[in-house]
Design a protein around this ligand. Structure first.
Ligand SMILES: [Zn+2]
Length: 107
């Protein structure tokens, strides 16, 4: 196995409320506090960033030096999974999120 690129970008699936979730939200709100954008524009930027991250992690699974976890990128079916996660978070009751966002807003 080649050591040219990261070989283990996804050892464990992230749990809800995980370090990654917290880091992404903190970066989003920190950036908006510094450079405010219209709400939908900010969310569109976040969505495009998810697409870029998808492409990068898919690339990390290609070729003999790629991650050996067994996941094979399939943009069509993976998009369905991502859309389902987006829908689930939109429909989730907001109480816990609002508490969390207040803490993030102090950045
Ligand atoms: Zn992997």
């Amino acid at each position: 196995m080649s050591a040219v690129r990261s070989t283990r970008p996804c050892i464990e699936p992230p749990k809800e409320g995980s370090e990654l979730d917290e880091a992404l939200r903190r970066a989003f709100w920190t950036s908006l506090n510094r450079n405010p954008l219209p709400a939908l524009q900010a969310l569109a930027v976040a969505a495009r960033t998810i697409g870029v991250l998808y492409r990068q992690i898919a690339d990390a699974h290609e070729g003999p030096g790629g991650c050996a976890c067994g996941w094979e990128p399939d943009p069509d079916s993976d998009l369905i999974v991502l859309e389902a996660n987006l829908a689930a978070s939109l429909l989730k009751p907001p109480e816990s999120d609002l508490v969390h966002m207040a803490a993030l807003g102090r950045a």
